[in-house]
Design a binder for this molecule. Structure first.
Ligand code: NAD
Length: 492
């Protein structure tokens, strides 16, 4: 049994509570490792370490150029340990090794991108309208940033916060999901080797309502950068408001993947599959609503169903596997409940809809790839995030109808459009209320591409050059060049 420990102030922290949280392997259903059930004292220690590291000492006085070099060194170490880190993620979350290894191998690019950006953030000298003043701006770090992450892609979603916040000169306390903390703890051990000063990056594992809440409310925390479900996101937002903290929220989605009758249907069918069955649908950007123009509705529904029926369920470690288990036991239960809801609502089950009846999968938390046809957008299955391999197919008439249906949800994270018309691609991209729109592709992300939600899918953007400003605050400095101070009772 492997046990992982937290890292606070550059050292492993003994498990103060003496209580461990079991981490179960979603494929075998068996406990494979343990993480500490952190305490509020652990949270206190982690915040004190981060606060001190950001206030004085080597990190506080480090030039941005040197910070950038440290991020480059970290990137090299991730490259070296990619196989090991990816394996830990698969044991914890059951997603395909091919997917997790691809993600971990891509992480260094984020650290290099933001490492390069660190010393290119410039203040400005203002063309002041007051000739006896010299006025300039500086961009300064916020302070301690708490990063709270979910279980679906632990290191990728952490990196989307960490690379930018460190480049900006902040310090971090990380609270990974209690279901998938192992890879984060192994990853944070690399910071010391990369040469980061103690206390710059710290971890506290544990339950959200205990540790996540304690960190969010702590008065020394300047910002909470959160990825997770929308109900939790709202609770974090409210708690952070009490201390007037900065907040960024990356939440859920019910993203429309829209196929027009002028699309290349071979590509569109693959795009529909990739949108919902990759990662067993456990992706915030899952294209869980497939909107299909009525003239091709029957053909597309049939082709998507036939393609999905060929998906190989199996051990996520095997290269041949295409669909792995659901990450957590409660999440599988939730997916099965939504399938029951869709059936009750009158949607037609075209594929799957149950736990697979296979002896070799019996220990894992599998759900068959499931497709519902004849879904209307008012149904719960079309409105609520399932976070599993469940696709709803919804017919539409024309562009206006597609826009109306696509935007008729509380979410706005992502959208896909499949069309052969450039005019239509532009028109639809402009009209869709979503932070990311893909045309004739789906599920692409990059360190240089801003990512975030419209509406209740979140606040703020991660990745891309502007993301660094989410972790900076602007100071304006006024220097008086005049002799003496004029009338003190009048605004200058
Ligand atoms: P979750 O909201 O249950 O948990 C997320 C994190 O919040 C965990 O670390 C948890 O311990 C912590 N937490 C729970 N209660 C808390 C509290 N009161 N205060 C502070 N922290 C608390 O989400 P999950 O089930 O782990 O992840 C799935 C969700 O994440 C889905 O809704 C999905 O759409 C969303 N997600 C969004 C994105 C994105 O970038 N938009 C990416 C991945 C996942």
């Amino acid at each position: 049994m492997q046990q992982f420990l937290n890292i606070v102030n550059g050292e492993t922290l003994a498990n103060g509570s003496g209580r461990w949280i079991d981490s179960e392997d979603p494929f075998t259903g068996k406990v494979w490792s343990q993480i500490p059930q952190g305490t509020t004292q652990d949270a206190e220690a982690a915040i004190a370490a981060a606060f001190d590291a950001g206030s004085s000492g080597p990190w506080a006085s480090m030039t941005p150029t040197v910070r950038g070099k440290l991020l480059h060194r970290l990137a090299d170490l991730i490259e070296r340990d990619a196989e090991k880190l990816a394996t830990l993620e698969v044991r914890d979350n059951g997603k395909l090794r091919a997917e997790m290894l691809g993600q971990v191998r891509y992480l260094p690019e984020y650290y290099r991108y933001f490492g390069g950006l660190a010393d290119k953030i410039e203040g400005g000298v203002l063309p002041s309208d007051k000739p006896d003043m010299f006025t300039y701006t500086r961009h300064e770090p916020l302070g301690v940033v708490v990063c709270i992450t979910p279980w679906n892609s632990p290191l990728l979603l952490l990196t989307w916060k960490l690379a930018a916040l460190l480049a900006a000169g902040n310090t971090a306390v990380i609270k990974p999901s209690e279901f998938t903390s192992a890879s984060t703890l192994a990853f944070v051990a690399l910071f010391k080797e990369a040469g980061f000063p103690n206390g710059v990056v710290n971890t506290v594992t544990g339950y959200g309502h205990e540790i996540g809440a304690a960190l969010t409310e702590h008065p020394k925390v300047a910002k909470v950068a959160f990825t997770g479900g929308d109900a939790t996101g709202k609770a974090v937002y409210q708690a952070a408001a009490k201390g007037m903290k900065h907040v960024s929220l990356e939440l859920g989605g019910k993203s429309p993947n829209i196929i027009f009758d002028d699309a290349n249907l071979d590509d569109a069918v693959k795009g529909a599959i990739s949108g919902i069955f990759a990662a067993s649908g456990q992706s915030c950007i899952a294209g869980s609503r497939l909107l299909v123009q009525r003239s091709i509705y029957k053909e597309v529904a049939q082709r998507v169903t036939e393609f999905a029926a060929t998906a190989q369920l199996g051990n996520p470690m095997d290269e041949a596997t295409q669909v792995g288990p659901i990450t957590t036991r409660p999440q599988r239960q939730k997916v099965l409940e939504y399938i029951a809801v869709a059936k009750d609502e009158g949607a037609t089950c075209l594929l799957g809809g149950k736990v697979p009846d296979r002896a070799d999968l019996a220990d894992g938390w599998f759900v068959e790839p499931t497709i519902f046809g004849d879904v209307t957008n008012a149904m719960r299955i079309a409105q609520e995030e399932v976070f599993g391999p469940v696709l709803s197919i919804i017919p539409f008439e024309d562009e206006e109808d597609a826009i109306r249906i696509a935007n008729d949800t509380i979410y706005g994270l992502a959208a896909g459009i499949w069309t052969g018309s450039i005019r239509r691609a532009f028109k639809m991209s402009n009209a869709l209320r979503a932070g990311t729109v893909w045309v004739n592709t789906y599920r692409a992300v990059s360190f240089m591409a801003p990512f975030g939600g419209y509406k209740q899918s979140g606040l703020g953007r991660e990745n891309g050059q502007d993301a660094i400003y989410e972790f900076l605050q602007t100071k304006c400095v006024w220097i008086n060049l005049a002799e003496g101070v004029p009338n003190p009772f009048v605004l200058r």
